[in-house]
Design a protein around this ligand. Structure first.
Ligand code: F58
Length: 814
């Protein structure tokens, strides 16, 4: 490898202020230093992996200054801290994000170029940290970055899963899962903290000693910390992601080993490691329940012990905990925090019951992310009592206290029908409960927490989700970011409300052209990737219509698939009718045990195979379903989207955050009045949004008619044709009856109202087609979508939590 000398040693132009930025030469020297001394490699014989690691270490060094400064300032000022407890952090790749926030993108590119290396290749070499399933986990990652930008002294607590979300492949169109192994290579961003380790117990029994309950666990494991710094925009502040790994508490059994019993000698370690082995991928199978409960308690207990230890190193009175600490529970997964915090305060710190309950409640907040009954956690009292006997006692007494204090209807109660309802536990043990969009927060009051809301009318609040504009615009969409910088200045990156100043440019034909050129460049790049990775030829001038999200019946990928079939069928009949060319993109994984979702994946792939092979419609319609959708793939697809599919059955999608990313990147939405779509439509304007379908109320009413699906199908020639084609085996000639079950369910068990919404969806799609044929109008509306999407920054969401739930000010001056 030939290295060219670096001539420009001055710092390149960048927007970071206040940070002493290294020069190209200094960073080049740092990278070479890490190559030599951290990786023990010679520059001439280094692989892409070596260069990536050395570059990551060089960038990590730059993160330390803001990280130390934030930590020191928080200690020095005794500022209130926020702890975000989450079983998931879907953080994706970290290198480019860190470079961008530190303003070092161009400097690093130049330093690497001087060594004959290409930055984009190095960025692509990093595996995604996929420690989450979907929106809930990605939201946690956006929050960490926003807290670091806004200036919140914050820790995220989670599990350092050895295997993140499974990798998805398609075999014969069917989803096949293989283990994800991001830790098979060292993770350069983390710092092992073996000194921060806590014992976590399970099982055993609770006994009375001198009038006090004491838990004697039957099993113990050690939780050991790994820290990853997260720097905010322009490196002004940083937060910490602390992930726990399971280790054995017993010493290695050398005697057994020497006697040849290797398996038994290794058993304690294997057992402890199962706790941080895999991310729970599934909310549909009963298997693994005990392990999941143990994982939840493992993370929560370690986090709370760590929080109390840090608190006690700074403050003396535990009664003041809520003055200095706010703990947010990301869904019910860490809801055992209520009883665990009480246990620690009472059993280990001698606090009385009432005070412990008051302190715990004032410290905890709970975010609800779903109304789907099957996703609301419940544990059998048997399991809870055997895995966490002391907690079961505490839960029962919390429930009794609550019953005594309030005249409760019989439907209220944490423990019911021999189950512990974790939502009710989280609600009762938190001072604030929030939904994640305006509609969702209202529906929470009317449905899952109807009775509790009546008893505690001030507890439920709303914090509409958001996304970080650093990753979801500046990093993933440089073409549009540069245009925004040139047109309205760089301020939008810190304050997304600046996008409002873009609005007048929607009327400016010259700007519209530039905007369209940025979108087209992104589409050309995506088309190239689709050609290279999937061998499918797509036309960048076709409308790119994108549905990317977890596979779930309520998200209705099936509705999109049916519409695709209908469109193809209509195009074939009249190929010269002036159709708008389209490329339909799907991306997403199904839970491994979710049969119906897997069948939908199979159908979409069969439909794609058939349509993509049709010479009659080849110039009009293609279907692309790249496997293994993840954060990095989202970064590739979103900037290239024209149309954003947000088509869930109204009342089912709590918020959505992909809908926000796509709006921000200039896609128009076709959607139902569900989740945050409602707010998106209000803000971007009804004229700039393709609305269709039943409302949440309408859905409930329609379901009362047991023949709703049959009637809708009988009324729709289009939908009848679609079902007929599927049932005849048109997409599965090798197995014509492959989808008989699916079609039967469409007629008779259409819980998510695909049929009832089909015609209205079809109409909205044709309206989108028509608009796309007038690019001036389409682009004007797309620009208005961007200009009016400032509200959907996760910085705004975080400020909402700070004001309404955490009572925490920003630690930054400006
Ligand atoms: C999602 N929930 C909501 N759950 O579906 C989405 O509307 C919302 O925008 C997002 O949270 C953020 O508020 C979600 O992602 C999960 O991934 C479950 C985690 C536990 C296992 C089962 C899936």
């Amino acid at each position: 490898m030939t290295a060219s000398p670096v001539t420009a040693s001055s710092a390149p132009a960048s927007s970071v202020s206040g940070l002493a930025r290294p020069t190209v030469d200094a960073l080049r020297a740092k990278i070479l230093h890490h190559l030599e001394y951290t990786l023990a490699k010679d520059a001439g014989h280094s692989s892409r992996y070596d260069w990536r690691m050395a570059t990551s270490f060089a960038i990590r060094d730059e993160m330390l200054k803001p990280w130390f400064a934030a930590t020191r300032q928080t200690y020095d000022t005794g500022a209130k801290r926020v702890y975000y407890l989450s079983m998931e952090f879907l953080i994706g790749r970290l290198l480019e994000d860190a470079m961008i926030n530190l303003g070092l993108h161009e400097t690093i590119a130049a330093a690497l170029a001087a060594e004959g290396q290409t930055l984009s290749d190095i960025i692509e070499d990093e595996p995604d940290a996929a420690l989450g399933n979907g929106g809930l986990g990605r939201l946690a990652a956006c929050f960490l970055e926003s807290m670091a930008t806004v200036g919140v002294p914050a820790h995220g607590y989670g599990i350092r899963y050895e295997h993140g979300l499974f990798r998805q492949r398609f075999e014969g169109g069917q989803q096949v899962e293989t283990p994800e192994d991001w830790l098979s290579q060292p993770h350069p961003w983390e710092f092992a903290r073996p000194e921060a380790a806590y014992i976590v117990g399970f099982k055993g029994h609770s006994e009375l000693r001198r009038g006090k309950s004491v838990w004697v666990p039957g099993e113990t494991v050690k939780a050991s910390a790994y820290d990853t710094p997260v720097v905010g925009w322009q490196g002004k502040w940083a937060s910490t992601l602390r992930l726990w790994a399971g280790l054995p508490t017993t010493q290695f059994d050398l005697e057994r080993f020497n006697n040849g019993d290797y398996t038994a000698a290794a058993a304690p370690e294997a057992l402890a490691r199962t706790l941080s082995r895999v991310l729970y991928p599934d909310d549909t199978t009963p298997a693994g329940k005990e392990l999941r409960l143990k994982q939840e308690y493992f993370m929560t207990s370690a986090a709370l012990q760590d929080i109390l230890r840090r608190y006690q190193s700074q403050f003396s009175t535990l009664a003041d905990l809520p003055k200095h600490v706010a703990i947010q529970l990301n869904d019910t997964h860490p809801a055992i925090a209520g009883p665990e915090l009480m246990r620690l305060l009472m059993d280990q710190h001698d606090m009385g019951w009432d005070e412990a309950q008051t302190v715990a409640r004032a410290t905890l907040g709970y975010t609800n992310h779903t109304l789907l009954p099957e996703a609301l956690e419940r544990w059998s009292t048997y399991l809870m009592g055997s895995v966490l006997p002391r907690h079961m006692e505490i839960i029962q007494r919390i429930d009794e206290d609550h019953a005594k204090a309030h005249k409760r209807p019989p439907s209220v109660g944490i423990v019911q029908h021999n189950e512990v309802k974790m939502g009710d536990l989280a609600f009762i043990m938190s001072h604030k409960v929030n939904g994640v969009s305006a509609l969702h927060s209202e529906l929470v009051k009317e449905t899952v927490f109807h009775d509790l809301h009546k008893l505690h009318p001030d507890r439920i609040t709303n914090e509409t989700n958001g996304v970080t504009p650093r990753r979801w615009m500046r990093l993933s969409n440089p073409a549009l970011s540069t245009l925004l910088d040139e047109t309205i200045g760089e301020g939008w990156t810190r304050d997304l409300d600046h996008l409002k100043t873009l609005e007048p440019f929607a009327q400016d034909a010259a700007f519209r052209e530039k905007f369209a050129a940025a979108k087209r460049a992104n589409k050309v790049a995506l088309a190239g990737w689709v050609q290279d990775t999937m061998g499918i030829d797509i036309n960048p001038d076709a409308m790119f219509d994108i549905q990317i999200k977890r596979l779930h019946e309520y998200k209705r990928q099936l509705l999109n698939c049916f519409e695709t079939i209908a469109l193809w069928h209509n195009m074939r009949q009249t190929p010269d009718a002036g159709w708008t060319p389209r490329v339909k993109f799907f991306g997403g994984k199904s839970a491994p045990g979710y049969f119906v979702a897997k069948e939908i994946i199979h159908l979409i792939n069969d439909v794609a195979r058939t349509i993509n092979a049709d010479p009659v419609t080849g110039h009009l319609l293609k279907v692309v379903y790249p496997p293994n959708y993840n954060v990095s793939m989202a970064q590739r697809l979103i900037p290239a989207a024209d149309l954003s599919e947000q088509i869930s059955t109204a009342g089912k999608e709590a918020s959505g955050t992909g809908n926000m990313k796509l709006t921000l990147n200039g896609a128009l939405t076709i959607g139902t009045l569900d989740g945050a779509n409602v707010e998106i439509r209000d803000l971007v304007g009804a004229d700039n949004f393709f609305l269709f379908g039943l409302t949440a109320d309408g859905v409930e009413k329609r379901r009362k008619n047991i023949n709703h699906a049959r009637e809708a199908i009988e009324d729709s020639q289009n939908l009848r044709d679609v079902l007929q084609m599927i049932v005849e085996g048109r997409f599965s000639p090798e197995e014509p009856d492959r989808y008989h079950g699916l079609v039967d369910r469409a007629w008779h068990h259409d819980h998510y109202l695909v049929a009832a919404d089909f015609d209205s969806y079809w109409e909205a799609q044709r309206a989108a087609d028509a608009l796309y044929r007038t690019p001036q109008d389409w682009n004007r509306k797309a620009i208005l979508n961007v200009a009016r999407s400032g509200f959907f920054s996760s910085d705004r969401t975080i400020r909402g939590y700070m004001a309404d739930i955490w009572d925490v000010p920003s630690a930054l001056k400006d």
